[in-house]
Write a protein that binds this ligand. Structure first.
Ligand code: HMG
Length: 388
């Protein structure tokens, strides 16, 4: 029996800022963004959108397809938490109409926590093969204005149904891990934007990749040549290119630049126009690979490197299941991305400054999202989520 990802669906906001616009206002060469960091657009959440609405929007097509009654556990990964106590997934549980004996929990370790959720979900399914676990990762990446991180913002959510004998990707049990206590990127409770030591964070990411790979080689019989494609955590797409170049050097794989690029380029397509979605980003990258590769990927092995600042890195592997194309949501994803609305720099600043307030007051929010669920307001310290 194999265990892994049976279905995958993502959601991002209907608003985006083109990084050419940002570059123009800043007096920066747009190529710094388009080529230097490899990003073209960044998603901006609507005024009535948060990690809960994005998560429910990502997951709705999966529970409609699979039946609400089959989900035994919902794991919600985020680093944009809305409450120190209550799990954001409980709101999603209600919005999706899941059964009341479904377990719900929220997980955190920066961008890595979706992978922790995926691995734990696989373990639960292995123990009880007739169960399905819904893993959702949802985040809004926010940095201070006029900082190097500003161009790497974004937002998105991904939902994955984990099951026995999955239709998309089976996940192998061997994993390579690396953990180190570092301050490369963090967000203390009193801040709505992350603090980041940008250049250092990229160095630590690369170090964690090397260490996680070395550990993976100790526990798994697989070597570099067993993989046809690689999915990396995607804070910006150039990071994955640097990571892959480093792994090729480290493993002495001796691949040409074209071959290296072929192993990762289709994973980058969606993220280039969405931006960093923290926990969701690597899995949106996987969706991009499965949906945009013309060649049949059936039976091909994928290497995954998940990274969460602070830091935890994990290298693991999965194999694409024959017939996977029948389980994709390709057209819906492409339609959603094509229907997004470009915003001006002034509108971007307005959305940036009008983030959901945490002042404990009474609030109603203007309708902005085109998703199925929205945050209507906050009253008596309670968020009010409604269908649209
Ligand atoms: P920066 O200092 O503005 O950029 O910040 P730079 O000056 O280093 O330029 C970036 C690249 O553009 C360079 O290429 C330049 O040469 C090139 P490189 O040397 O790196 O190959 N460049 C140009 N290329 C073409 N035409 C031009 C041009 N000008 C320059 N005209 C930085 C870059 C990534 C540091 C910044 O965006 C940042 O701080 N981002 C946020 C932190 C981040 O994303 N870190 C990534 C690793 S940590 C991680 O992935 C975890 C995270 O997702 C959080 C979590 O785990 O929760 C962030």
């Amino acid at each position: 029996m194999s265990v892994g990802i049976d279905e995958i669906s993502f959601y991002t906001s209907n608003y985006f800022l083109d990084l050419k616009t940002l570059a123009q206002v800043q007096g920066t060469d747009p190529d710094k963004y388009y080529t230097g960091i490899g990003q073209e657009k960044m998603g901006m959440a609507a005024p009535d959108e948060d990690v809960v609405t994005m998560a429910a929007n990502a997951a709705l097509p999966l529970v409609e397809g699979n039946g609400r009654d089959q989900v035994s556990t919902l794991m919600f990964a985020t680093e944009t938490g809305i409450d120190q106590s209550k799990a954001a997934g409980i709101y999603v549980h209600r919005l999706l109409g899941l059964r009341d004996n479904c377990r719900v929990v929220e997980m955190k370790q920066a961008c890595y926590s979706a992978t922790a959720a995926l691995q734990m979900a696989c373990a639960l399914v292995a123990r009880k093969p007739d169960s399905k676990v819904l893993v959702i990762a949802s985040d809004i990446a926010r940095y201070d204005l006029d900082t190097p991180g500003e161009a790497t913002q974004g937002c998105g959510a991904v939902a994955m149904m984990i099951s026995a004998n999955p239709r998309l990707v089976s996940i192998d049990p061997e994993v390579g891990n690396y953990t180190e206590d570092v301050m490369d990127f963090w967000r203390p409770n009193y801040r709505s934007t992350a603090l980041v030591d940008g250049k250092y964070s990229t160095k630590i990411y690369l170090k964690a990749l090397k260490k996680a790979w070395d550990h993976f080689r100790e526990v798994s019989p697989l070597d570099f040549s067993d993989f046809s494609h690689f999915c990396y955590h995607l804070p910006f797409s150039r990071m994955a290119q640097k990571a892959h170049q480093q792994l090729v050097r480290h493993t002495k794989a001796g691949l040409s630049a074209e071959e290296q690029e072929r192993q990762i380029n289709k994973t980058l397509m969606y993220n280039r126009t969405i931006g960093n979605s923290y926990t969701a980003s690597m899995y949106i990258g996987l969706t991009s690979l499965l949906e945009n590769t013309d060649a049949d990927l059936s039976g091909k092995r994928i290497g995954f490197f998940s990274y969460g600042s602070g830091c935890v890195g994990e290298f693991f592997s999965g194999t694409v299941v024959p017939g996977y194309r029948d389980a994709l949501h390709l057209q819906r994803h492409r339609d959603m991305l094509a229907a997004r609305q470009e915003i001006s720099h002034d509108e971007y600043l307005q959305l940036y400054r009008n983030q959901i307030p945490d002042d404990g007051g009474e609030h109603r929010f203007d309708e902005g999202t085109t998703g199925h669920f929205r945050l209507a307001g906050i009253s008596h310290h309670k968020r009010e989520y409604v269908p649209r």
